[in-house]
Design a protein around this ligand. Structure first.
Ligand code: GLC
Length: 558
C-alpha cells in the first residue's frame, strides 16, 4: 500500500506498473454540466462523487475533470485565477479529496485539467504585472512595445476573434499577448520563474493523489523570441468565423515551437515520482508534429483532436485512425467528442444513424493502443444540446452570435424530472431544451438494448479481452471504408461503409461484441457485417489450439 500526500489517498485498490494508462478507458467530465449537488445550477465535485458508482459500472478507469479552479468564468474555467484552489461554485478542497479517495477506492484514477498557456487576468500574477512594470511578475507575461504605428506588435490573432494583443490597461503603452480572450493573458514560458511556479502546482496536485494532467493548449506554450509575424496563407473576409480567421495563418511563430517539448521534459521529471501521466491537448493536425510531442521524454500521450471534430467521412476517419495508431506508438488519446466541438452523434448525422456511427468508431478506438475517452453523454447517445436561453460561450457572445461550443455543453440528462434531474435550481447555468425520457440515464441504465448498456459492454471488452489493445496490431484487410484487424486471438472488423461486408473466418469463432444489435449475421461460415458497424470476434479452435491464419473477405456484398 502506498499512501501519498496531503490528500492522504489510500491507493491500494489501484493496479501498479508503468504505462498503466495504455489500454485504459477515460471519461471526460465537463464539470459545470455533469451533476449539480447543491442547487445553484452549476455541476460540482460532490456531484461527480455521487455518480462514481454509475461510472464504475459503465467501466471507466480514468476521469478527466475540466477546470474547477477559482475563475471569473470568462471561458468557463479555462481562465484560472488560482491554480491550487477550488472555485466555491464547484466545492472545496475537502470535496476534491473525497472525490479522489472515492474514485481510488473503486480503482478509478483522476486527471485534472491544467491550463499553462494562459492565466486569468484576475490572477494575482497578472494583477501585479500591470500594477508595477518593475514587478518580477511583469515578465511572467508577454508584454511588448506597440508597433511603430501604435498598433499591436505583430499580426497574431486570438482563437476567439480579433488581435492576440491588448493594450496594457494600466497605461504603460505596451501590449500583452493572449491567444484566447483578452482576459486570458499568455504566460511567458521563456521565463524560468514560470516553470518554478508550475513545478509547485503540479506537485501540489500529485500530492493530492491525481494520476495525470490533461494539458490545455499544450502546443502553445512558447512563442517566437522575436515575435515575428505569422505568414498569412489565405485571404480573410468580413464576417469570417474566428476559427477560420485563425486558420488563415501558418502558426509557425505563436504555436508548435520546438522549445515547448523541452518544457514537457522538465514537467516529466516533476510528475514521474508519482507515476502521473502527461496528456496533451495539441491542435496539431499533422502526424509529424504529434510525434514530436509524444515520441520523446516529454508527454506520455496526446489527444488525436482531428477525430473529435470530423464529420461522417468514413475513409478519412479510418485513415486518420491508422496513421495515428502507427505513429503514436501507444501515445494516442482517442475520442469522438469533447466539450469544444459539436457532439459526434450530431456531426455524424443525428438520431439513430448518428448513434450507430459513433458506436462503430468508438468500438474501433477501443481496439487501438493508447487511452480511449468517452465524453459525458456519449454513452447515452446524446446529440447536440439545443439552447433555449442565452449563449454562454465567448466564441459566440464576443462574435455577434456565431456558432460556438455551447451545443456540446448541455447538462447531462439524468432523468425526466425538471431540468432532466441535473439540478434542483429552476434552470441550469446553460439553458437547453429538455431531453426525452429515452435519452436519460434513468431510462437507459440496466435497460437491455439501450445505448448505455451497449457502451457498458463495449468498455468491458478492454478489461475482458486485453489482447484487444495489447497484442500485435496486424491488418488483415484494408479498404477505403472497412478494416479487418487481427489482435492475437481476436478479430476486429470495422465496416464503416454503407454496404454490408462479408467475412469468412477460419475455424470456430465467437462474436464478442457488435456495435449495434443485429450488426452481424450470416450463415454457412459466411459472416455478414451490416453497414456502419464494428464487431469483435474471438477465433478459437475446438481444442483451444492456436488460431487459424486464413480468412476471406468479400466487399460490398448486399
Ligand atoms: C482548450 C479548451 C477550451 C478552452 C481553450 C482555452 O482548447 O479545451 O475549452 O477554451 O483551451 O483555454
Amino acid at each position: 500500500m502506498r499512501v501519498t500526500g496531503a490528500g492522504g489517498v489510500d491507493r491500494s485498490a489501484l493496479p501498479a506498473g508503468r504505462a498503466w494508462w495504455r489500454g485504459a478507458t477515460g471519461y471526460e467530465i465537463y464539470i459545470r454540466s455533469f451533476l449539480d449537488s447543491d442547487g445553484d445550477g452549476v455541476g460540482d465535485l460532490a456531484g461527480i462523487t455521487a455518480k462514481l458508482d454509475v461510472l464504475d459500472r459503465l467501466g471507466v478507469d480514468v476521469l478527466w475533470i475540466t477546470p474547477f479552479y477559482p475563475s471569473p468564468g470568462k471561458d468557463q474555467g479555462y481562465d484560472v485565477a488560482d491554480y491550487i484552489g477550488i472555485d466555491p461554485a464547484f466545492g472545496t478542497l475537502d470535496d476534491f479529496d473525497q472525490l479522489v479517495q472515492a474514485a481510488t477506492d473503486r480503482g478509478m484514477r483522476i486527471f485534472v485539467d491544467i491550463v499553462p498557456n494562459h492565466s486569468s487576468d484576475q490572477h494575482p500574477w497578472f494583477q501585479q504585472a500591470i500594477a508595477d512594470v518593475d514587478s518580477p511578475y511583469r515578465d511572467y507575461y508577454l508584454f511588448r512595445p506597440a508597433a511603430a504605428n501604435g498598433g499591436p506588435p505583430n499580426n497574431w490573432v486570438s482563437h476567439f476573434g480579433g488581435p492576440a494583443w491588448t493594450l496594457d490597461p494600466a497605461g504603460s503603452g505596451e501590449y500583452y499577448c493572449h491567444l484566447f480572450l483578452s482576459e486570458q493573458p499568455d504566460l511567458n514560458w521563456a521565463n524560468p520563474a514560470v516553470m518554478e511556479e508550475f513545478r509547485e502546482i503540479l506537485t501540489f496536485w500529485c500530492e493530492r493523489g491525481v494520476d495525470g494532467f490533461r494539458i490545455d493548449v499544450a502546443h502553445g506554450l512558447t512563442k517566437d523570441p522575436e515575435f515575428r509575424n505569422n505568414p498569412q496563407v489565405r485571404e480573410i473576409t468580413l464576417g469570417m468565423h474566428p476559427k477560420d480567421v485563425f486558420a488563415s495563418f501558418d502558426h509557425v511563430h505563436d504555436l508548435h515551437r520546438p522549445e515547448t517539448t523541452k518544457i514537457f521534459e522538465t514537467w516529466r521529471t516533476v510528475v514521474e515520482p508519482y507515476d502521473a501521466v502527461l496528456l496533451g491537448e495539441m491542435d496539431v493536425r499533422n502526424i509529424e508534429r504529434f510525434t514530436e510531442y509524444v515520441g520523446g521524454r516529454g508527454l506520455d500521450a496526446g489527444f488525436v483532436l482531428k477525430l473529435a471534430s470530423s464529420r461522417w467521412e468514413p475513409a478519412t476517419i479510418l485513415s486518420d485512425l491508422l496513421t495515428y495508431e502507427r505513429a503514436a506508438l501507444g501515445g494516442a488519446a482517442w475520442a469522438v467528442s469533447n466539450h469544444d466541438q459539436p457532439r459526434a452523434v450530431s456531426r455524424y448525422g443525428d438520431g439513430q444513424v448518428g448513434v450507430r456511427r459513433a458506436a462503430a468508431v468508438t468500438t474501433l478506438m477501443l481496439a487501438l493502443d493508447g487511452i480511449t475517452f468517452l465524453y459525458q453523454g456519449d454513452e447515452l447517445g446524446l446529440p447536440d444540446a439545443v439552447l433555449t436561453g442565452v449563449a454562454m460561450d465567448p466564441v459566440s457572445t464576443r462574435n455577434g452570435g456565431v456558432a460556438g461550443r455551447d451545443c456540446a455543453r448541455g447538462p447531462v440528462p439524468w432523468d425526466s424530472t425538471a431540468v432532466n434531474g441535473f439540478t434542483t435550481a429552476p434552470v441550469a447555468w446553460l439553458e437547453t431544451a429538455p431531453l426525452p425520457a429515452s435519452l436519460t440515464a434513468a431510462a437507459q441504465i440496466g435497460e437491455a438494448g439501450s445505448t448505455w448498456e451497449r457502451y457498458r459492454a463495449m468498455l468491458d471488452l478492454r478489461r475482458r479481452l486485453p489482447d484487444l489493445w495489447s497484442e500485435p496490431f496486424e491488418i488483415f484487410d484494408r479498404q477505403a471504408t472497412s478494416l479487418v484487424i487481427f489482435r492475437g486471438p481476436l478479430t476486429v472488423i470495422a465496416n464503416l461503409d454503407d454496404k454490408a461486408f462479408e467475412f469468412v473466418p477460419e475455424g470456430e469463432f465467437h462474436v464478442e461484441f457488435e456495435s449495434y444489435a443485429g450488426a452481424v449475421g450470416g450463415d454457412g461460415g459466411h459472416l455478414r457485417i451490416e453497414p456502419e458497424a464494428t464487431i469483435v470476434l474471438s477465433r478459437r479452435e475446438p481444442d483451444g489450439r492456436a488460431i487459424a491464419e486464413s480468412a476471406e473477405v468479400t466487399h460490398g456484398h448486399r
